[in-house]
Design a binder for this molecule. Structure first.
Ligand code: 2HA
Ligand code: ZN
Length: 275
């Protein structure tokens, strides 16, 4: 038995590799974190050290006090995670104030958790509270089609949500609450973390203009599937816009309302505006 045999570790590594294979993680692009369950912390306890020093998170996440996260390392390549997980990823513990973290496992050749740790942890705090503890996964990637759309669509939640919903009938079921959009901001710090986590109070998806996307979910399958669905819808929209600037036909606002009834989902009216 090694820590790498634990099911959540296997799931984490597989998702890193799946993202790499999708082409969403050029060089050291993207980052990923998972809030461990108490029984998972217990399961791998013998591998966790508590000697490393506490370091500032760069923001405050008091509701995450004492939580453990598996996180990708800053400057590490998703491509390498499957080959050398101990070098590329780590487990961190958050202190009792929610202001510092320490590394308990991994990053054996040095390094620190993702440069986007403030965004990850602020999103975790918001989503944990909003979901009654169910959401555990925050995933940031750089998918090409969604990034391309941030150059041609107005950077508005309503527009991105509606245009992407129209691209595939399943979209409004997969991301019923919609998609938030953050204007271009300097990545890595507290300001972009605050802006993103504010959107995450309503949405499970936030787009960073000219940069990438954040998704939140209960488990690896749902969160990867969400990223995959949004990016596929973006790819269809890019193809459609490449053929001609307008649509000959589409899914209408009333079609969405009918779908909502049949599939028992709530689709906010703010996305069903008349065009
Ligand atoms: O390179 O994706 O947003 C890591 C990132 C920063
Ligand atoms: Zn990024």
């Amino acid at each position: 038995m090694s820590i790498l045999d634990a099911k959540f570790v296997q799931g984490f590594i597989r998702m890193c590799n799946d993202g790499w294979e999708q082409g969403w993680h050029e060089r050291n692009g993207g980052n990923f974190s998972y809030r461990m369950k108490p029984e998972e912390v217990e399961e791998v306890k013998e591998y966790l050290a508590s000697e490393s020093e506490w370091k500032p998170i760069g923001t405050s996440v008091p509701k995450l006090a004492g939580e453990y996260f598996m996180v990708t390392g800053s400057g590490k390549y998703f491509r390498n995670v499957i080959l050398d997980p101990e070098d590329s990823i780590c487990i961190i513990e958050v202190d009792e104030k929610g202001e510092n973290y320490r590394i308990c496992w991994g990053l054996v050749n040095g390094g620190r958790p993702t440069s986007e740790l403030p965004s990850h942890l602020m999103n975790h705090e918001v989503k944990m509270l909003a979901s009654g503890g169910k959401h555990r996964v925050i995933y940031h990637a750089h998918p090409a089609n969604i990034i391309a759309l941030t150059f041609v669509l107005p950077l508005k939640d309503e527009v991105f949500t509606r245009e992407l919903w129209e691209m595939m009938t399943e979209c409004p079921i997969v991301f019923a609450s919609g998609i938030g959009v953050v204007d271009w901001m300097v990545p890595g710090g507290r300001d972009i973390a605050v802006a993103t986590s504010e959107l995450m109070k309503q949405y499970d998806v936030a787009i960073w203009a000219h940069h990438g996307m954040f998704c939140s979910g209960e488990d690896f399958d749902l969160t990867f599937g969400l990223m995959h669905t949004v990016e596929k819808a973006a790819e269809i929209l890019v193809k459609m816009l490449s053929m001609r600037p307008d649509k000959l036909q589409t899914i209408t606002a009333q079609n969405f309302r009918d779908l909502a009834v049949e599939f028992n989902v709530e689709l906010p009216e703010k996305f069903l505006y008349e065009k």
